[in-house]
Design a protein around this ligand. Structure first.
Ligand code: ADP
Ligand code: MG
Ligand code: MG
Length: 918
């Protein structure tokens, strides 16, 4: 016997306390449809939702798979659902005496703001309008609805979906809108609501004639043609150019399709006891648990969002500068407000998250038109997660997952006053390299920055690019603005590390260093001393001095509360890259559990570097070992103090100290007075000194005489540093303090280098133990893994090393063969053309470099199961990378102090996502 296949269900009804669908069916019903069903039909909600039905996303898919034809059963299913709506409303679609009007609304699985279309007031024509007037007793309202329908229909269905290119770029909506504006202007009206019935009547006539003239087709009077035309327009908007582009960026697959919601109209434009509005169950700006929203009296649909009139606040709490004089909904319609207030409470409790809701009040009666999880900024996200956990609305894991790691950045830095910023036009735009806001007076050199700052001036350093010599000036500046360089340029890296506001690659401005000035593309001319304000989060440059609002993390109880949960959940430890006691202390306050990278050479840059740098240069220019040892002896004092101070701050947490890494040529002086001082100190002639300088020249210093290679050529350099480390540790121990150094050998490629250096370490260790009369000094000996060969030979490296720290900056550089300092020349193009999808210096390349990291970790642990493994590259502060390092099984990540909170949260996310949390 042949089986009769049951026809697929393409239409889902909701209304009157019932619904075929529910919230869990977002894939089939779209976000809007699923939530309308939930609000209307869930036994605990049964909210006043105008009845309607949803055409599923499967209709959309079938439509596109079947040459834009609907499934045959659709028509019957729509008729049946429409009949149910008619029954619920006690009206009939297309009826002359008591007509039902409907809206057709799009609704994809994931919201696609502004991409999809809505048509309201469907079912109105020359005949049904009489019925509407009779039923409502309000001709003005009826014609207002009619002109809205013609405008939306002509725009959405006839022009956009009809594929008509507007003449001269001016769409039909604009053409019609200008007609409305003309009347308002002529009559001296301020608002749409000022128009009289007769004016609206005339306008409708004019609209119809215009539509016919401009689009070559009449506006259809048949209600069913209007309905199917609108449904078809929503489905075709799914494949519209705008929507396709948006999906590509947001990685939403085309196959998802959109649903279509057909819903009985309720009217917020029926006079002064009617209104429409949007609201949030909590303040999305700061997270406060206060009902927050706006409404418009006598208005319909998107009037609120469109900004035609200033919306009024729903309650006292929602007042702002523009709306403070307007009457609240609470005052004008106390009963409807109370009902709305109770419903939003119930909705939030039901969904267990902040809801963004749309409502309409028709002659004092409230209707719910939409709800969804509300968008929020970082500050609000933290506040809500913490509060909702305290209120026992959500559990710890949910609270943690509610905040995206990068959202924390907003909590850490001062920012430009958002109100003032919104009212100001930027003069230029660059890449957002260091977040937060800053203001200061423009200077064009590091020396000027230092000099001005010493006079108490706040400055912004503007340069084409920066280099290590600029570090001091950068440090003294409020912010850095460069015209060249990318997100991984020197300026960007340094600024991010400090949490300093920074904009790079700002091609909108051109610097004239001779006149100490710059000119922006928009013509603005800026000279030294002029005020600028920067928004490093968005990469925007403003003229003048804008107010900043400060953020004190210590006072942020919500943040502290959330971090407590984070620390209970994560297994991956987080350390910091720090080289001064101040940086270290800062990172500790943020929750760092050690230093993962202490660069010994930092003391040769910036403030206070004069003397150690001179001694280092003396050492570099030495020809013989005795000469070199003498210089090293003097330097020893500085190195030891530096290490000791930092270890003291770290109170026994591990401190990974990297032995001298940069190529020596980087420190060679070039200016004459410095050379003269050196020649005098060394007792050699200038020409002899010059010869030594030349001898140090390298063609490719980054791959030259640096890192462990220095220690192999000049063992006394290693010896001095190791002695400083052991003595500092011993002295701290003697003073009753704990310290735990980890000696890290950089740029290794073979275990023999590690063996060579270990012999020196062992000898010095014995000597210091004896001289300090200590039986033992705690320490670990390990290496940085930053050359691919070291990762490949990790099993051998682990025979000597107690720990690995992956230096993923160099490992990326050497794996890709991309010079980190030169990627600006080609990487942007690579990303544009999708040759590469992400900047590998920002997010670890999991497939390639990540594979090396994983292999190195596994091979190392095969030799030494307890091998401590961490990472100290920029990637340690990147949330996606942190999650990867968790999965690889690392013990810790290390990042700059300001990224510590982000890494902590990312580590907790990783633990929850992998089901391996505590
Ligand atoms: P979007 O997805 O762009 O928010 P919507 O489908 O929510 O579009 O429609 C926009 C606005 O139209 C809604 O905010 C609501 O005010 C109004 N609207 C939609 N359907 C109806 C209806 N049945 N009755 C009254 N107003 C409606
Ligand atoms: Mg909406
Ligand atoms: Mg390196």
């Amino acid at each position: 016997m042949a089986q009769v296949k049951k026809a697929a269900k393409y239409v889902y009804y909701f209304g009157g306390g019932k619904a075929d669908g529910n919230e869990s069916m977002k894939n089939l019903l779209g976000g809007k449809g699923a939530n309308l069903a939930e609000m209307a039909g869930h036994p605990k909600l049964k909210l006043p939702v105008p009845p309607g039905f949803t055409l599923t996303t499967e209709v959309c898919t079938a439509y596109y798979n079947n040459k834009k034809k609907y499934p045959v059963v659709l028509d019957a299913q729509v008729k049946k659902a429409l009949a149910a709506v008619e029954k619920e409303m006690g009206k009939k679609f297309g009826d002359v005496n008591n007509p039902l009007l409907v809206s057709v609304r799009s609704g994809a699985r994931k919201s696609m703001p502004g991409m999809m279309e809505t048509v309201l007031d469907i079912g109105l024509n020359e005949k049904t309008i009489e019925g509407v007037i009779k039923q409502s007793g309000d001709a003005r309202f009826a014609y207002d609805a009619y002109r809205r329908l013609i405008m939306m229909y002509a725009d959405v269905v006839m022009e956009k979906a009809g594929g008509i290119e507007p003449k001269g770029g001016k769409g039909i909506r604009k053409v019609l809108d200008e007609k409305l504006e003309k009347i308002k202007h002529k009559q001296g009206y301020k608002f749409d609501t000022d128009l009289t019935v007769n004016e609206l009547k005339a306008l409708v006539k004019d609209f119809k004639a215009t539509v016919l003239k401009v689009l070559g087709k009449p506006f259809p009077d048949d209600p069913y043609e209007q309905l199917w035309g609108s449904i078809g327009a929503v489905f075709s908007s799914w494949m519209g150019k705008r929507a396709c582009e948006y999906r590509r960026i947001e990685k939403i697959p085309d196959e998802w399709g959109t649903a279509v919601n057909v819903q009985a109209m309720v009217f917020g434009n029926m006079g002064d006891t009617s209104a429409t509005g949007v609201a949030f169950t909590r303040n999305p700006g700061n997270g406060e648990n206060k009902f927050y929203g706006e409404y418009l009296l006598n208005a319909q649909g998107e009037d609120v969002v469109a900004g035609i009139r200033t919306p009024a606040p729903v309650n006292e709490y929602s007042k702002n500068d523009q709306s403070k004089h307007l009457p609240t909904l609470e005052k004008t319609m106390p009963a409807a407000y109370k009902q709305l207030f109770d419903i939003q409470k119930r909705l939030e409790k039901h969904y267990k998250d902040m809801q963004d809701i749309e409502f309409t009040i028709e002659k004092g009666v409230l209707f719910m038109l939409q709800c969804r999880v509300g968008k929020r900024n970082g500050v609000a996200a933290v506040r809500m997660a913490s509060d909702m956990y305290n209120e026992k609305l959500i559990d710890a894991k949910t609270a943690i997952m509610r905040v995206q790691p990068n959202q924390l950045v907003e909590l850490l830095l001062p920012m430009l006053d958002p109100k003032i910023q919104a009212a100001t036009k930027p003069i230029a735009k660059g890449l957002p390299a260091g977040p937060g806001g800053a203001k200061g007076r423009v200077v064009f050199s590091s020396n000027d920055a230092v000099e001005w700052a010493s006079r108490g001036e706040k400055v912004i350093l503007v340069r084409e690019e920066t280099s290590p010599e600029d570090v001091d000036g950068m440090h003294k500046s409020q912010a850095i603005l460069t015209t060249k360089g990318g997100m991984t340029s020197h300026a960007a890296l340094v600024a991010r590390g400090w949490g300093k506001c920074c904009i790079v690659g700002c091609a909108d401005i051109e610097i004239h260093s001779e006149t100490k000035s710059f000119k922006a593309n928009d013509g603005t001319y800026i000279k030294e001393g002029d005020w600028l304000s920067l928004d490093g989060t968005k990469g925007l440059v403003y003229l003048g001095s804008m107010a900043l609002v400060d953020i004190d993390l210590d006072k942020n109880m919500a943040y502290k509360n959330l971090m407590k949960l984070v620390n209970k959940t994560r297994t991956l430890k987080v350390r910091t890259n720090a080289e001064t006691p101040e940086d270290a202390a800062h990172a500790m306050k943020f929750g760092a559990e050690g230093i993962g990278l202490f660069r010994t050479e930092h003391m040769f840059y910036g403030e206070g570097s004069e003397q150690p740098l001179f001694l280092l240069r003396k050492m570099i220019m030495s020809k013989t070992e005795p000469e070199r040892r003498k210089a090293l002896n003097d330097l020893f004092v500085f190195v030891k103090k530096d290490i000791k101070d930092t270890m003291e701050v770290m109170k026994g947490y591990p401190v990974t100290i990297r032995l001298l890494d940069p190529p020596l040529h980087e420190f060679v002086p070039h200016d004459v007075s410095k050379l003269q001082a050196l020649s005098k100190e060394l007792g050699i002639s200038m020409s002899m000194l010059r010869r030594r300088v030349l001898a140090l020249h390298e063609n490719n210093p980054m791959l030259g005489h640096r890192g462990v290679r220095l220690g192999v050529s000049y063992p006394e350099i290693t010896e001095m540093q190791v002695r400083a480390i052991f003595e500092a540790t011993a002295e701290l121990a003697k003073a009753g303090k704990t310290a735990f150094p980890e000696i890290m050998v950089p740029v290794t490629c073979t275990e023999n280098e590690l063996i060579h250096q270990k012999i020196i370490v062992d000898r010095v260790y014995k000597e210091v133990c004896e001289s300090k009369k200590m039986k033992k000094i705690p320490y670990l000996y390990g290496t940085m893994i930053e050359i691919p060969r070291a990762a490949i030979k990790a099993d051998k490296m682990a025979e000597i090393a107690d720990f690995f720290s992956f230096g993923t900056n160099d490992l990326t550089q050497m794996s890709f063969g991309f010079s980190r300092d030169d990627v600006g020349g080609f990487l942007p193009k690579y990303m544009d053309l999708k040759v590469l999808h992400d900047d590998p210096f920002q997010t670890i390349d999991q497939d390639g470099v990540g594979e090396l990291v994983k292999m190195g970790t596994d091979r190392g642990r095969k030799t030494k199961p307890n091998l401590k493994v961490g990472i100290c590259g920029e990637h340690g502060g990147d949330a996606e990378s942190v999650k990867f390092f968790h999965r690889v099984g690392m013990n810790y990540v290390s990042c700059s102090p300001f990224r510590v909170p982000i890494a902590l949260l990312a580590a907790a996310h990783a633990a929850i996502e992998s089901g391996k949390g505590k």
